[in-house]
Design a binder for this molecule. Structure first.
Ligand code: SF4
Length: 352
């Protein structure tokens, strides 16, 4: 099958044109026709010479932009969109409302291979990684749902750094000035700790922001909650984060999902504070929501925050949105409706 032109960066298009015996200077017009003007036919790209359209048509397709199969809207205004991509690869994206703008949360994979035990996506396993065009389709759908979309987070289904080549291309395409021109500094990519990509970002030209999911400060507990610990231990992840911050003069966002009775003890906050000491960061505490709906209260969350603040950590409570439609952190399972969420009982991680 011919590749989809929609998934090519402008540089990719320029290289393809050279390969087709055409001038690379047409790449900007081609890119703009596809990503800004919404061209749907390779034979009729606005402002692109017919000869170039013909040449591209021999090597590429321009698949219609996928549209979501289903939309759920929560009382708090959160919107969750379900896509069914080829090969029964389902994925969800979420539009999160704030006071005067919205944030789009995009998926990078259908399912996830990481197997974090608190996460509905992890319970699915990995179906497949999404293509750049499929990631862009989620953005376009979120854009249609939003009034003022100001930030993008790659915190939906999947581990973005295990599909980095496609996520990187999607970032390049979405931020290109001939396309949507979405600022890279308004994009955040979240990882559970894939060190080689953190290291790549350290020296890369990309301006995206980095978020790292800490999960637990104790290595044994973290390994049980987030098996990635066995490949990339948190102490090495945080060493890479320190190098990233120093080289880029950047802050990082650390995320800590609070699992009542598991990782919210005073000893956990003390260990966490010691572990991240000196890292220029903001730490977001995320209340746990079980798959399928809102969780019970996490009684220790405020105390946990205060313990961290007392230890010098900039700790914030994340205002969770969309739990009633299973759109909050860790709940995305790409089910056709809420009733089909995988059954993972709230207590599944207890007694570890
Ligand atoms: S928390 Fe993130 S990395 Fe872990 S299983 Fe869920 S989607 Fe994958």
């Amino acid at each position: 099958m011919q590749p989809d032109l929609r998934g090519l960066t402008r540089a990719d298009i320029a290289a393809a044109l050279v390969g087709l015996g055409e001038k690379p200077g047409n790449a900007g017009a081609v890119f703009m026709a596809v990503h800004r003007r919404g061209a749907a036919d390779l034979a009729l790209l606005p402002n692109v010479p017919a000869r170039v359209c013909l040449a591209l048509g021999r090597a590429f397709t321009l698949a219609p932009l996928p549209i979501p199969e289903r939309k759920l809207v929560a009382p708090d205004g959160t919107r969750k969109l379900l896509f069914r991509f080829p090969g029964e690869a389902t994925a969800e994206c979420v539009v999160l409302p704030a006071k005067d703008h919205q944030t789009a949360c995009l998926s990078s994979q259908s399912g996830c291979a990481c197997g974090c035990t608190f996460c509905a996506t992890g319970a699915l396993g990995l179906k497949r990684s999404l293509t750049p065009a499929e990631i862009i389709a989620q953005y376009e759908a979120c854009l249609r749902e939003a009034v003022d979309l100001r930030s993008l987070v790659f915190m939906g289904m999947g581990e973005p750094f295990l599909n980095w080549e496609n996520v990187r291309k999607a970032i390049m395409i979405l931020s290109d000035s001939r396309g949507r021109h979405f600022p890279q500094v308004k994009m955040t990519v979240s990882t559970v700790g894939v060190i080689p990509v953190i290291e790549e970002l350290t020296t890369s030209d990309l301006r995206v922001r980095l978020a790292v999911s800490v999960v637990a400060a104790d290595p044994e507990l973290r390994a049980r909650l987030a098996p990635m610990e066995n490949t990339y231990p948190l102490n090495r992840v945080l060493a890479a984060v320190r190098r990233y911050c120093a080289a880029r003069q950047a802050h990082v966002m650390l995320e800590y999902i609070l699992l009542p009775g598991v990782n919210d003890r005073p000893s956990d906050s003390a260990l966490l504070a010691r572990l991240i000491e000196g890292i220029p960061c903001r730490l977001n505490l995320i209340p746990y929501n079980p798959p399928g709906g809102p969780g019970r209260a996490t009684p220790r969350i405020k105390e946990f925050q205060q313990e961290l603040i007392a230890a010098g950590v900039l700790a914030y409570l994340r205002q969770e949105k969309g739990a009633s439609i299973a759109a909050a952190c860790g709940q995305l399972a790409a089910s056709a409706d809420r009733g089909e969420q995988p059954v993972v009982p709230f207590t599944f991680y207890q007694g570890l």
